[in-house]
Design a protein around this ligand. Structure first.
Ligand code: URA
Length: 441
């Protein structure tokens, strides 16, 4: 069939056959289908969705549009985690070595930050010397030897997604759940994994604003995983406040090392335990989530996860002394300004605004070409539901290297202050202490 016939069939609510979807994705990949026809198909999918069979075929064709890693030479089960993106989300950095310390291989291909959410690669690169652009052979060698390696995507991973994503961005079709699910899964399945744990963020600072939409996305991603013969667990987690106390690359590495030393903020530890436990269950290293949680806790407490991380840093060219003395190894901002919140109860925190404030000071990028300042960011010692007393010490520290009087600092300060909703009613019940909303196994 011609592309126009496939578009018409989809537009009219028909179900495309496996061969038709594969032919269309092949045309997307080799460029033989022009932008206007790809865009029309995206809009037809946006309005009509995809049946389960269509989604599995479309995602599989996207996965196979480029290189699919062959990790069959690695004996351990290969399990990865993906997060839909949060503010202060440094979870992969302590999680991957902890899971590897429990006997599972974690081939982690991560992304860079864009907009208000940070990226694991940018965080790792704040460790002097750390390289994320290793060859595929070296990546496989390190996953085999150390149990974990963290790199960035090459242009050869799911090239169909690159073209589709760029077109979705300019045709108002990014929000389509089947398109989101197939975009994420095509890149993850190209890693050659056996199973995946998805951390699906829900709330103000997240891509998914409601739990209903998050559940729907998870259902579609599990359909794709099943079609590919992979196991998958989705953990829905609250993103109505930043994760941990830090936002910004080097600051988040410091906090990750606290976690790897058995400390760190309780919410961040909880996420590492919960996601790690599910990874161990998928990989057969724990009978259930409780047993998995106990194992993750143990390797964080006895230093074995930190030792895996030290080896990874060293093997990827970074300075392993960061594990012992992060404050001296990591870049430091020239200035640390303070901000004090007004007295009252913290009723809401706009994490997206905090992410953007950090970005404005240099911690993130507005466009892919922007350079980031690894030392810039925020330390936030203010929690949802907490009562701020009159005359309390500052709760927020702004790390930056902007020149005095730079307008960006004033802009960021105003955004940070406005991100906190302070209520004078001190009697409201405290919010749930747990970030884990739901686990879909
Ligand atoms: N992340 C992706 O990789 N793709 C999407 O469509 C959305 C988030």
């Amino acid at each position: 069939m011609l592309p126009v016939q496939l578009i018409r069939k989809k537009r009219d609510g028909g179900e495309l056959a496996d061969s038709e979807l594969r032919a269309f994705v092949a045309g997307v990949t080799d460029g033989s289908i022009p932008d206007y026809q790809v865009a029309a198909m995206l809009m037809a999918i946006y309005f009509n969705g995809m049946a389960d069979g269509e989604l599995a075929s479309w995602a599989d064709a996207m996965t196979r549009s480029g290189d699919v890693l062959d990790l069959s030479g690695i004996a351990r089960p290969k399990i990865d985690k993906h997060s839909t993106g949060g503010v202060g989300d440094k979870i992969s950095i302590p999680l991957a070595p902890a899971v590897a310390a429990c006997g599972i291989a974690v081939p982690m291909v991560s992304g860079r930050g864009l907009g208000h959410t940070g990226g694991t690669l940018d965080k790792l690169e704040s460790i002097p010397g750390f390289r994320v652009d290793l060859s595929t052979d070296r990546f496989i060698e390190l996953v085999d030897k150390l149990g974990v390696c963290l790199i960035g995507q090459t242009d050869r991973v799911a090239p169909a997604d690159k073209r589709l994503y760029a077109l979705r961005d300019v045709t108002a079709t990014v929000e389509s759940l089947p398109l989101i699910a197939s975009s994420i899964m095509s890149k993850k399945l190209a890693e050659g994994i056996d199973g995946l744990v998805l951390d699906c963020k829900v709330g103000r600072g997240a891509f998914m604003k409601t739990i209903e939409r998050a559940r729907e996305l998870c259902g579609l991603m599990r359909t794709i995983a099943r079609g590919a013969g992979k196991t998958m667990t989705c953990v829905l987690t609250d993103m109505n406040a930043p994760i941990g106390r830090t936002i910004g690359n080097a600051l988040e590495i410091r906090e990750s090392i606290e976690i790897l030393r058995g400390g760190g903020p309780a919410d961040t530890r909880e996420l590492v335990y919960a996601l790690g436990a599910e990874m161990l269950v998928l990989g057969g290293a724990a009978a259930d989530a409780d047993a998995g949680r106990a194992k993750i806790k143990a390797v964080l407490g006895d230093g074995s996860a930190l030792e895996v991380f030290r080896k990874v840093v060293e093997a990827q060219g970074g300075n392993p002394a960061v594990c012992d003395s992060p404050a001296t190894v990591l870049p430091r901002a020239a200035t640390r300004d303070e901000l004090t919140l007004p007295a009252g109860r913290i009723a809401a925190i706009d994490s997206e605004a905090l992410g953007i404030a950090a970005l404005i000071m240099g911690a993130g990028r507005r466009t892919k070409e922007d350079k980031i300042d690894p030392s810039a960011g925020l330390v936030v010692d203010a929690y949802l539901g907490e009562i701020v007393e009159r005359g309390a010490a500052p709760q927020i520290w702004i790390h930056h290297s902007l020149p005095p009087g730079d307008g960006r600092l004033a802009e960021a300060r105003a955004m940070i202050a406005a991100a906190f909703v302070i209520d004078q009613d001190l009697t409201a019940p405290p919010p749930s202490a747990s970030r884990i909303l739901e686990v879909i196994r």
